[in-house]
Design a binder for this molecule. Structure first.
Ligand code: SF4
Length: 232
């Protein structure tokens, strides 16, 4: 398993839980705002953390932590992901998976095997503009839609989430996203934070008021919507 980062404790990554976060290398997208540039562009240059190190911490923290977040990069690219999660589950942890949703077959397999307790899936953009952010050759929106439809079936708890960037997302896009995700349980509008560490720095966030306007567009389509990452 290509473990390229390990945060022993987080109160933020797994809503309602004290968790550890494991970062896996590689991604099939190249989002310009990605904060995990090294994991996406040069994963082979990042030191791998041995699985034994991670499992030794997880064993010691049984009873202190209750969940493990698996993020990346894009975790579903790892060929041994299922076995890896099985080992985490055997220690009694809840598992949250962060995914871009581009490998619906892997997502479905893990969920149907009852190895995942919560999924956070990115919604990069409205369907017709999706690849402006994903930046992938031979991009297929059908794979993303397949993951959206699967999660909306409600087999396990999930959230959709969009990092909202002024240069990419406009009012009409949220009308399209609302129609696409219609009936979904939960959707989060995440304010963008620029940093020199993202793949292409220099993008801008919307104000709280502007995000609240997008919220109002979406609220009749989706059961629960929240805005994240806005400083009061
Ligand atoms: S899908 Fe996620 S990990 Fe991959 S490039 Fe986009 S933001 Fe980064």
């Amino acid at each position: 398993m290509q473990i390229l980062g390990f945060q022993k404790t987080t109160l933020l990554d797994y809503p309602g839980h004290v968790a550890a976060t494991i970062f896996l290398g590689g991604c099939n997208f190249c989002c310009p705002y990605c904060h995990n540039k090294d994991l996406v562009l040069t994963p082979d240059e990042v030191s791998v953390i041995p699985e034994e190190t991670v499992f030794s911490v997880l064993k010691k923290r049984q009873g202190i932590l209750d969940g493990v977040c698996i993020t990346g990069g894009e975790p579903t690219l790892q060929p041994d992901l299922k076995e890896f999660i099985q080992k985490i589950k055997s220690l009694g942890y809840l598992v949250k998976l962060d995914t871009n949703g581009y490998r619906p077959s892997v997502l479905k397999d893990l969920c149907k095997a009852q190895l995942i307790d919560y999924v956070a899936m990115d919604i990069k953009h409205a369907p017709e503009k999706y690849n402006l952010i994903a930046n992938r050759s031979n991009f297929s929106i059908d794979l993303i839609s397949e993951s959206v439809s699967f999660l909306k079936e409600g087999l396990i708890p999930y959230e959709f989430r969009t990092t909202v960037i002024k240069e990419f997302h406009k009012e009409a896009d949220f009308i399209a996203i609302g129609k696409w995700l219609s009936g979904a349980d939960a959707y989060f509008l995440q304010s963008y934070k620029d940093s020199e560490r993202v793949i292409s720095p220099g993008f801008h966030a919307y104000t709280k008021k502007e995000l609240e306007h997008f919220y109002s567009i979406l609220k009749s389509d989706i059961k629960k919507i929240e805005i994240r990452g806005i400083e009061e």
